[in-house]
Design a binder for this molecule. Structure first.
Ligand code: SAM
Length: 255
């Protein structure tokens, strides 16, 4: 880039500058030559350049036109640049199965995760940099104060792990909070039968965390309609219990 790129807040731009962290992320990804790798938000190519050395073809999706021009300047034959919004990107246009990676723009990390959740049948695994607090919520178990909607929605469909924490100084500009690398792998099978019902039950259950499920779910299910003990609060329920609740709710509404 002739002039230094000024990071755009609206695109959640915090560029990785710590070479050790960048190499560590790439070794967590451990790309193989034939992997169908998709990088979301390559930015100025911090991870991209290393990834390009490992794979036959690297697909990237970037929204910022200035950065797209910058990436084109790499003149790499194995780099395929998709210009646009990752939230609207159709994964069916890529060869599958896909491995998705990226230092995600924090302002839209949850919608990106949900977009990929809908497309998980095409995905082998995902390695993402996210706010540490978001990763902690993703991996939290029941009984924990931070266990909530995100934990249940993610764990119903993925095996998820916090791999390592990355401090603000590893980025330019430095974010205000710590970040973390999350590794997600779709479960071979999920017991969720109906995604929208499951989403609704999980949302309603956590809408008032301090209330019992009997209270939260009163317009959906009664104790007589499920074996799950509704005198508990949502944060005590295991992921499988939410799946049972959603399936019980669906059974009643099918009748
Ligand atoms: N990967 C680079 C790095 O680690 O230095 C940049 C990471 S920065 C946190 C997020 C990147 O995602 C930026 O390049 C930003 O322009 C891009 N981005 C933001 N919103 C996007 C969207 N909706 N679709 C695709 N890329 C997006």
């Amino acid at each position: 880039m002739a002039n230094k790129h000024i990071a755009r807040k609206r695109f959640g731009q915090n560029f990785l500058i710590d070479e050790t962290v960048i190499s560590r992320i790439v070794s967590v990804i451990a790309p193989k030559f034939d992997d169908n790798l998709l990088e979301i938000g390559p930015g100025q190519g911090a991870m991209t350049l290393l990834l390009l050395e490992c794979v036959k073809i690297l697909n990237v999706i970037e929204i910022d036109r200035d950065l797209i021009d910058f990436l084109k300047g790499f003149n790499k034959d194995n780099l395929v640049i998709h210009e646009g919004d990752a939230l609207k990107f159709d994964l069916n246009t890529l060869p599958t199965p896909i491995r998705v990676v990226g230092n995600l723009p924090y302002n839209i990390s949850s919608p990106i995760l949900f977009h990929l959740l809908e497309n998980r049948d095409k995905v082998v695994d995902m390695t993402f940099m996210l706010q540490k607090e978001v990763v902690e919520r993703m991996v939290a178990g029941n009984g924990s104060k931070i266990y909530g909607r995100l934990s249940v929605m993610i764990q119903a469909f993925f095996e998820v792990e916090l791999i390592f924490i990355v401090p603000p100084e590893s980025f330019e500009p430095a974010p205000k909070v710590d970040s973390a690398i999350a590794y997600l792998k779709p479960l071979p099978k999920t017991a969720v039968r109906n995604m929208s019902i499951f989403q609704k039950i999980v949302k309603v259950s956590f809408a008032q965390r301090r209330k019992t499920l009997r209270n939260c779910l009163k317009s959906h299910l009664t104790q007589a309609q499920t074996a799950i003990d509704l005198s508990q609060r949502a944060e005590m329920l295991a992921v499988q219990d939410f799946i049972t609740l959603a399936n019980d709710y669906e059974n009643i509404n099918e009748k």
